[in-house]
Structure formats: structure tokens, C-alpha cells
Design a protein around this ligand. Structure first.
Ligand code: PLP
Length: 397
């Protein structure tokens, strides 16, 4: 049996007729740019996330770029972020002429370590003085430790932009007046950025993204920047770009959005099943395999909250990672590395002197981790196959 890393066909099948009808309607309407379908999706995503405003954009990357542009991030500014994420997090900062200041990750959650964030700013007072924003990433579908990061941002008087590209719907515990309040990814910072890349938990039939915010003035500015900075049409107060989401994507995403809670739950069920299967296979006790840790799992169970982790990826840490991947691929099992090269070691920033930087937790994660299939339609038999293949690999060593 082959087990793909992701099977979009399995998700499409039950929705296909509904999607074809909606797409046909858009085509027949001849409204191909913006319009009521995009506005409807924006309303529904805002409601789902518990925020006031949502701005549909052309991709997750453009969501990050537009949020930074609207907050006037530019040359001379510093943005605090993580070196262990998809390239777009750093790319959006660099494209505006600003400088990323990296904070190493927590090796358990793979998210920005708040204690080290404080330490990095304390150790670099000249950079801290230029700090313009903090951009944590909710990697793999689990929120970064937001409470201390939000406190730190408030202390420095800078906004937080959440890179929530992998985490739409994920919740995070924040303490408010002595009790825990769970908030959704994107709703905690000044702005939250989502991606609708097809492999994300909410994926379109092409590129798409969304920014959410509770700041009405910022939302208005982002809407203007989305259309070249023009308001009214052909009068430009600002220099924006073409960052629009198109209605074809909007109708597909609007059909999928109500299914997200079920899909998130199915991914968590699959994660639970991996936990049992890996335990039964004896792979955890020996320490050759470490499964992802749901940091907020216990608190969520206590509070009766569901989406503490939405497992956009199920990332395990293993011995002999590269040989294991070879073995899995030759056994017909999908596995990927997210991400093989930490951002400070990317060739495009070598000339900026980042090569001399050291982030041991990010560098180790890049060498020791791989993602296994976790998509909602994955069957128990497929998961057994995955675990059996991994067990066979370590037995043979
Ligand atoms: C997918 C992703 C992006 C970029 O989203 P696109 O829609 O592909 O442009 C940004 N950041 C992270 C963490 C992502 O996973």
C-alpha cells in the first residue's frame, strides 16, 4: 500500500459537486475580481477567528508582506522572528528592507522561545532600539507561547504579527484576570496572517491568503494597500500592490471552512493513533523516535477546548533521519522535511553575514525531523503501514 504525505483527492471527492457548482456560478457571473464572494469569505473567517476584520489577499506570503507594509516596516527597522519556518516569514521582512533578528526555537514545540527572545533583545540593545514588530510563527499548527511574547511586545511598544499560515483555527491559552481564555491563532496579535496554499488545513485550488485584525484603521489601510494604495480608484495616497484574493478561491474556501473543525479533529485523532501505534511498536521507549508534543493538550482537556493543535504537519524527531526518509520513500510512504535549512543559513542571506549566527535548536531540528502523513482521510491501516515501515527500518540497523 502506498501512503501519500497528503491526498487532496480524498478531501475533494465529497465536495466536488458543490465546488463545481460554485465555481461555475463565479464564471457565469463574470465578476472575477473581488466582489461579494470574497466579502462573504472575509466575514466568515473573521467570525471563525473571533476578530472584527478580515482582508482576503493573494497568498500567505502577501498577507505577511501587506501586514508589515501597513505597519510601516521598512529600511532600518528590526523584526524579531524565528529562523525555523517557511522562507516567506523572513522573505517578507527582507523584501521591505528591514532586518530579521532571529530567536532560536524551543526544541519541543519548534516555536520561538520567549525566554530567548528576551535574552536576544537584552544582548542586542542597538537592534532592540530599532525593533518595529515581533513576528512569531505557529509552526505545524500549534500556537507559539503567546502570553509572554505579547507581554514583551507591549513592553517594547511594538505590534505582534502572527504568522498563522499553518494554524488557522488553532487556539492558545492566555491568562486574563486570573482565568484562562483561549484565543484563536491570528486573533491575539495586532494582525494575523493565514495561507490558503492547497496543503494548508484550509486550502484553495491555487494561491490565497487572509489577514485578520481587530484594528479598524489598520484594516482600512490594508484594504487600500491591497489595491495599489488607491482610494478612491486612480488616486493613490499610498504605494501598494496587487494583493487581491479572487472569487474563485473565495467560493471554494467558503465551502471548505465549515468542515475545518471536523478535519482538525480527524488530524488530532490520527495523532493519537500514531501515539498508540508507535508505543506498541516499542519505538518511543528506546528514544529513536520522538513524537510531537501537544504543549497545550492537558490544559485544553481540562477546559474542554478542542483545537489546541491542528497538526498541519505531524513532525517527528528521529535517529538517522536521512536514511529513514530514503527507506520510507522506497516503501511508498510519503515523508518530507520541514525545513532542511534554517533561514540564517540560506544562501540568499550569506552576504548579510547571517552565516556566522548560531541557533542550535533550529539547526538540530533541521537535521533530525521529518513529517509523516496526518491528513484527515488517512486510515488506520495506512498509519499501521507507516509505523511498520519505521519499525522495520530500525530493526534492520
Ligand atoms: C505556507 C506558509 C507561508 C506562505 O504562504 P503562501 O500562501 O504559500 O504564500 C508563510 N509562512 C508559513 C509558516 C507557511 O507555512
Amino acid at each position: 500500500m502506498t501512503v501519500p504525505l497528503l491526498d487532496l483527492r480524498a478531501q475533494l471527492a465529497p465536495l466536488r459537486d458543490e465546488i463545481l457548482t460554485a465555481v461555475t456560478e463565479v464564471i457565469d457571473s463574470t465578476t472575477y475580481i473581488m466582489g461579494p464572494k470574497v466579502e462573504a469569505l472575509e466575514r466568515h473567517v473573521a467570525e471563525y477567528c473571533g476578530v472584527e476584520h478580515a482582508i482576503g489577499v493573494s497568498s500567505g506570503t502577501d498577507a505577511l508582506l501587506l501586514a508589515l507594509m501597513a505597519l510601516n516596516v521598512g529600511p532600518g527597522d528590526v523584526v524579531l522572528t524565528t529562523p525555523y519556518t517557511f522562507f516567506a516569514t523572513m522573505g517578507s521582512i527582507l523584501r521591505l528592507g528591514a532586518t530579521p533578528l532571529f530567536v532560536d526555537i524551543d526544541p519541543v514545540s519548534y516555536n520561538m522561545d520567549p525566554q530567548q527572545a528576551e535574552a536576544v533583545l537584552a544582548a542586542h540593545p542597538e537592534a532592540a532600539a530599532k525593533l518595529k514588530a515581533i513576528m512569531p510563527v505557529h509552526l505545524y499548527g500549534q500556537c507559539a507561547d503567546m502570553a509572554p511574547l505579547l507581554r514583551m511586545a507591549a513592553g517594547y511598544g511594538v505590534p505582534v504579527i502572527e504568522d498563522a499560515a499553518q494554524a488557522i483555527g488553532a487556539v492558545c491559552p492566555l491568562a486574563e484576570g486570573g482565568k484562562t481564555v483561549w484565543q484563536r491563532a491570528g486573533a491575539m496579535g495586532t494582525a494575523g496572517c493565514f495561507s490558503f496554499f492547497p496543503s494548508k488545513n484550509l486550502g484553495g485550488i491555487g494561491d490565497g491568503g487572509m489577514i485578520v485584525t481587530n484594528d479598524a484603521a489598520l484594516a482600512e489601510k490594508m484594504r487600500i494597500l491591497r489595491v495599489h494604495g488607491s482610494a478612491p480608484k486612480y488616486y493613490h495616497r499610498l504605494i501598494g500592490g496587487n494583493f487581491r484574493l479572487d472569487p474563485l478561491q473565495a467560493v471554494v474556501l467558503d465551502i471548505k471552512l465549515p468542515h475545518l473543525p471536523t478535519w482538525h479533529q480527524a488530524r488530532r485523532d490520527n495523532a493519537g493513533r500514531y501515539q498508540r501505534l508507535f508505543t506498541e511498536a516499542g519505538l518511543l521507549a528506546t528514544g529513536v523516535v520522538t513524537l510531537p508534543h501537544a504543549v497545550y493538550g492537558e490544559a485544553a482537556r481540562r477546559d474542554g477546548v478542542a483545537d489546541h493543535h491542528i497538526y498541519n504537519q505531524f513532525v517527528i524527531r528521529v535517529e538517522a533521519r536521512d536514511e529513514l526518509i530514503q527507506h520510507l520513500h522506497s516503501s511508498g510512504i510519503g515523508a518530507e522535511i520541514y525545513y532542511p535549512v534554517p533561514l540564517h543559513q540560506q544562501e540568499c542571506v550569506a552576504s548579510l553575514g547571517y552565516g556566522g549566527l548560531s541557533f542550535p535548536a533550529a539547526e538540530r531540528a533541521a537535521q533530525e525531523t521529518l513529517a509523516l502523513p496526518i491528513y484527515p482521510e488517512l486510515t488506520e491501516a495506512m498509519q499501521q503501514e507507516v509505523v511498520a515501515a519505521i519499525a522495520a527500518f530500525y530493526r534492520g540497523r
